[in-house]
Design a binder for this molecule. Structure first.
Ligand code: 6GU
Length: 248
């Protein structure tokens, strides 16, 4: 079971998404808990100020006090174990999220996520409060709320019991390190486009071979970088060599 704690100035964004589908069920089953906290509740002045002007010029920045207050309060009241801390700042400056980082994060029992807004956060938050900085890609979003939802989604799928069949998680393209092979459903003929014959053959061995080869083919053309970090059999290498020859 994992507890996700989201610190944000836009609490309302979250409810709809997390009530539905697999993430909704995971909460019903008690496999995950998702708590949201309004950063303004932890501000120290009567106007509940969470941001301020940047020293030296620029626009606005999250002040350190509400963030420290909120995280320390959550740790004191909600996190009763002394396990290793995971306090994530969602920021485009962070380490880019991928399957391996998601697995690392999924090893924590409590995950606190700080959703930045404006131009970012006071650097002292990075240096003295946060344990991980995570980005979801090389583009800038208006805030860390969407990235925190992405992170909760990808980490939750890794918890046994969240996705119906754990096979489908370990067989995921990025768990195997390759892009998924093409998949088809009925009808076998749609507007003159036919499903590959081998998939209708019932020959399990041939189907597995076809899937592997199509996975390799897609990965070769779309994400050749992935092939460097995946274990390839003799047969795989032969197939990839054939693709390479075709390219020349
Ligand atoms: Cl985590 N935050 C923001 N604001 N923009 C992003 C991001 C995070 N990851 C990619 N772009």
């Amino acid at each position: 079971m994992i507890n996700f704690h989201i610190l944000t100035i836009f609490k309302n964004i979250f409810s709809e998404y997390f009530f539905e589908g697999i993430i909704g069920k995971a909460q019903d089953k008690g496999l995950i808990n998702i708590y949201t906290y309004d950063l303004r509740d932890y501000a120290e002045d009567k106007h509940k100020t969470v941001d301020d002007y940047i020293f030296g010029g620029g626009s606005m920045l999250f002040k350190p006090e509400p963030l420290f207050n909120a995280v320390e309060n959550i740790q004191k009241n909600k996190i009763l174990n002394n396990n290793k801390k995971c306090i994530i700042l969602l920021t485009p400056q962070g380490q880019q999220l991928n399957h391996n980082l998601a697995k690392e994060i999924a090893s924590f029992k409590d995950i606190i996520m700080i959703c930045g807004r404006y131009e970012g956060v006071d650097e002292r938050v990075r240096e003295n409060l946060v344990t991980h900085e995570v980005s979801i890609g090389d583009y800038v979003l208006t805030g860390g709320e969407l990235p925190s939802m992405v992170l909760i989604d990808v980490v939750s799928r890794l918890i046994p019991g969240v996705v119906g069949s754990q096979d489908s998680v370990s067989e995921d393209s990025f768990a195997r390190g390759l892009i998924e092979h093409p998949q088809y459903t009925r009808p076998s003929m749609f507007r003159n486009w036919k499903v590959p014959e081998v998939l209708l053959s019932g020959n399990h061995k041939e189907i597995l071979k076809w899937r592997r080869q199509e996975s390799l083919r897609k990965t070769f053309y779309r994400r050749p970088d992935l092939l460097d970090s995946v274990k390839l059999s003799e047969e795989d290498l032969l197939f990839i060599n054939k693709l390479k020859l075709k390219e020349e």
